[in-house]
Design a protein around this ligand. Structure first.
Ligand code: BGC
Length: 510
């Protein structure tokens, strides 16, 4: 293979000249991300695409350009309230692979995917997955567009603009649960129930996972993993040196007592956080909300916490306020992985983060149980939060058959067993090859199987409607600055009430 494009030497000024047109996909005026991609590498070869990096600035610049196009296309149309949703197929009979193959003209041997996996561990994981795809489909060049910004806080906004402008890539990273609903409601996704059937996925994925990628009775996404958000990462050397037994840190009070001990020993900021992306604040508070008990969390995700004086809400905020007393003063300048790196180096003792952090420890060649360890965030032992990454089949994509091939690899045992051991997550399949997973994940798999309760993350798109979740991020971020418990509680319940009509899922968590 080797699909040489003719964009080498293109500049931003001459980019639209026909000599720089990609022979496989024409450039669209005003929507030139493909051209930017090609210009990055000069040619599209899947191997080189692995190294491709798009900076946040470029993406934002691009997202702005597309936003203009989207505004024209959508003519003032809101994101969720698109007035005339495309009719959804009532049957999957016409969506079989055969029908798709015969109905769609030969397509370019290209697959375009977007994701936000840009940290060391994340990049290693997606590259391993792409490698499995490359081995299976050596003639298809994979164009990855990695958009920096943990939890997708940059990519998610850019993706809406792309989708609205009719420029969806062949598949993009998306969380299970509510996050896909606006796309589904507006008719931007194809059902892929037939693909689930062909791949036999229903037999190998837990029903809790399956339910989160179904809308209106059909499957609309393929999960690639299950991440756990309620994890405290600790530096074992630091705890050992200070006589702190992590097994005793089962309550926030015990955790804060350990922090006091570390402060007294000269470690002024024992807890690291990197909230240059504000989601990390909400991520921590969310685990404290879960620590208030599964009943309370269930009410939280069902939009039923509507009193600003609810004792559990107030207690969770008070706990978070106390936690903030131990964090690094430069938190707003760090990304999540830079904060995790503080624990890796021993500059900090603790970091609350989802288990994508394990990928960073692995890249740094740290040994679980020797250099670092984990515990469930206090109050959540026996509980497993759910953060599930998926890919889907957007309607009208340029390479529909390649999109399906990608989804096939994403859901496959081989694909998941290549991706997840590096990513820190566990496979979304129950038949994972355990020999491929390290000790952290072996423990996580055991915890998942033994979990008394599971709960969907709001911070990571699944548990609550977007109309609430985006406001919640801002409210919690403001709280980190002003530490006003009453103001945050009031703002959160107001946001819940304002989003009341959007709470369409009734979660039953126990
Ligand atoms: C995603 C993970 C990712 C993390 C940090 C989460 O929302 O589910 O896959 O590693 O964000 O970017």
């Amino acid at each position: 293979m080797g699909l040489a494009c003719t964009t080498r030497g293109a500049t931003e000024e001459n980019l639209n000249e026909s000599k720089f047109r990609c022979p496989h996909q024409g450039m669209r005026k005003g929507l030139r991300i493909e051209a930017f991609n090609y210009r990055f590498e000069g040619k599209i070869l899947s191997k080189e695409q692995k190294e491709q990096k798009i900076t946040r600035r470029q993406v934002l610049k691009y997202a702005g350009a597309v936003g203009v196009a989207a505004a024209v296309v959508g003519a003032g149309v809101g994101w969720i309230a698109k007035p005339t949703p495309a009719p959804l197929p009532t049957t999957t009979a016409t969506m079989t692979a055969t029908a798709t193959t015969t109905a769609v003209p030969a397509e370019a041997p290209v697959l375009e995917i977007y994701h936000w996996w840009t940290s060391g561990g994340e990049a290693a994981a997606i590259n391993a997955l792409v490698k499995v795809f490359n081995q299976k489909y050596p003639d298809i060049a994979v164009l990855q567009t990695p958009v920096a910004g943990g939890a997708g806080y940059v990519m998610k906004a850019a993706m809406k603009s792309l989708v609205l402008a009719g420029e969806a890539p062949d598949a993009f990273q998306m969380h299970a649960g509510y996050e896909g609903k606006p796309y589904f409601d507006a008719g931007y996704l194809d059902p892929i129930t037939d693909l689930w059937t062909q791949q036999g996925l229903a037999a190998v994925m837990p029903s809790v996972v399956q339910d989160m990628v179904k809308f209106g009775g059909n499957y609309y996404a393929v999960p690639v993993n299950i991440h756990r958000p309620n994890v405290v990462w600790y530096n074992k050397t630091v705890l050992d040196a200070n006589g702190i037994d992590p097994a005793t840190l089962t309550s926030w009070d015990a955790f804060f007592a350990a922090c006091d001990k570390l402060v007294a020993a000269g470690k002024a900021h024992p807890v690291s956080i990197g909230d240059s992306g504000a989601w990390t604040d909400e991520h921590v508070l969310e685990q404290m909300i879960a620590g208030e008990g599964i009943d309370f969390y269930e009410n939280w995700v069902n939009g039923k916490v509507t009193s600003a004086t609810d004792p559990k809400l107030v207690h969770a905020l008070e706990t978070f306020k106390k936690y903030l007393g131990y964090i690094n003063p430069d938190h707003s300048t760090l990304t999540w992985d830079q904060a995790t790196a503080r624990v890796i180096t021993g500059d900090a003792a603790f970091n609350v983060m989802g288990d994508w952090a394990n990928g960073e420890f692995l890249v740094a060649k740290k040994v679980y149980g020797k250099d670092y360890g984990t515990l469930a965030t206090p109050g959540t032992a026996g509980m497993y939060g759910l953060v599930i990454d998926c890919f889907q089949h957007p309607k009208g994509v340029k390479h529909p058959q390649n999109s399906r091939k990608w989804l096939g690899v994403v859901g496959s045992k081989e694909g998941q067993d290549a991706f997840n051991p590096l990513k820190g997550s566990i496979s979304a399949r129950t038949d994972a090859d355990m020999t491929k997973y390290g000790p952290y994940q072996a423990a996580a798999i055991a915890d998942f199987k033994a979990a008394k309760y599971m709960y969907p993350s709001v911070t990571h798109g699944s548990g609550a409607p977007e109309s609430f979740a985006t406001k919640a991020t801002d409210i919690v971020s403001a709280f980190v600055a002003n530490k006003d418990v009453s103001a945050a509680a009031t703002a959160l319940v107001n946001a819940t009430t304002a989003a009341a009509a959007d709470y369409t899922t009734v979660w039953k968590l126990h």
